[in-house]
Design a protein around this ligand. Sequence first.
Ligand SMILES: [Zn+2]
Length: 455
Amino acid sequence: MRVWQFKGIYLKQGWLSPAYVTTDESGKITNISDQHSAVVNEEINGFAIPPVTNAHSHAFQYGMAGLTENIPQGQGHDNFWSWRDRMYRLADQITPDQMESIAKMLYAEMLRVGYNHVVEFHYLRNDEKGNNYSNPNEMADRLISAALKVGIKITLVPVYYRCSNFGRGPSEAQRRFQFSSIDSYFKHIESLSSTYASNSEVTIGYGLHSMRAATAKEIKEIISYNIHLPCHLHISEQMREVDACVKYLGARPVEWLTTETEVGSNCHLVHSTHITNDEMNAIIRANANVVICPSTEGNLGDGFFPISEYIKAGGRWCIGSDSHITLNPFEEVRLLDYGQRLIKQERNVLLNGQPGDSAELAFQTIIDNGRQATGKDACNFFEVGDDFDALIVDGRSPLMNRVSDEGRLATIIYALDSRSINGHIKRGEWLVKSGIHINYDELLEEFSNISLFHN
Ligand SMILES: [Zn+2]
């Protein structure tokens, strides 16, 4: 038994301050109270809040974060598609060892900034020539291994990729992503599902890279593959893709998906940036979730997701760090919120004029829908019987010493820098302490020595 003391803990019903959490030998919560009867084992000058899900990640892209903020000689304007060419050049070279090293460093950093579960949207799966590795699950195994080694929970979503664009066949540039048939894709999902069935830290999802990556028939088959597993796909991120979809399928991507397939509550539509009001309402009617990645969408010049209108209409949403140009869940929320404030020239636009607190609304939403994007239903914050998983907000932060219970969560979400999240406890054990992952030095050395970065 262990008794933890905090300045406060954020429960579903609000702050409990001070807070004493008792855990058993397996790290499960046995009691939460503002008083304690037993001796305190860990006195923490900080506040405990629940960790957040990162609902969209491409681990290998962490290797290029910050390296494309320039226009090469002779390229002209830079946009999503020219960024994609540079991303493909990186994807062309990565080995399984390098994939695992990059993912370990990234996932350890995710734990540090506040994520405890990553949804890895996985398509870099073939060898350099475009063939299966001798173990067809090689890259998937490496990503899962990286997550297990550093302590983050993972939902791996291997996605179907076959066409290079609407109505086109496979292309050389995407040879490392492609499946030879939809049957080989479903076999891949089944093989991974059975391999990891008994591991509670791992969930296998499924999906398709995008509407342009499959034929109409294949999209329908994939969407209705298994309603009990999370299904993810990129959609309507760029107008060029929307226009091509209209030309080829005769409807906009979300319009087509919501009328032609059985899209439902297990479906997680990544981006959905360019949607009409009718498409927005169709997503909500289907009870699908939207995964918004504001820092990547901003970095790639995608556009603004209409978050105020979507919340007002009752839509589900959560966040992801996608290309990892930013690794901070609260900065994702700020960027999403501020984009709309700048457009509307108003404040607290997530609330649509209703009384309330923007931080409470956003935090609750990204946790609830984020967990569903991983394939889990439990949306508790801290409850007796649950594993004790918590982020620690530094109690020495000036702004945290200024506020009472009211305004504390909004201070964390809107006003603190990522250094203020300085601890991460998983199942009653420290994974990140004093702002550093327990294996940080080792991970950093391995990451810094990746030969890919030194060619
Ligand atoms: Zn993505």
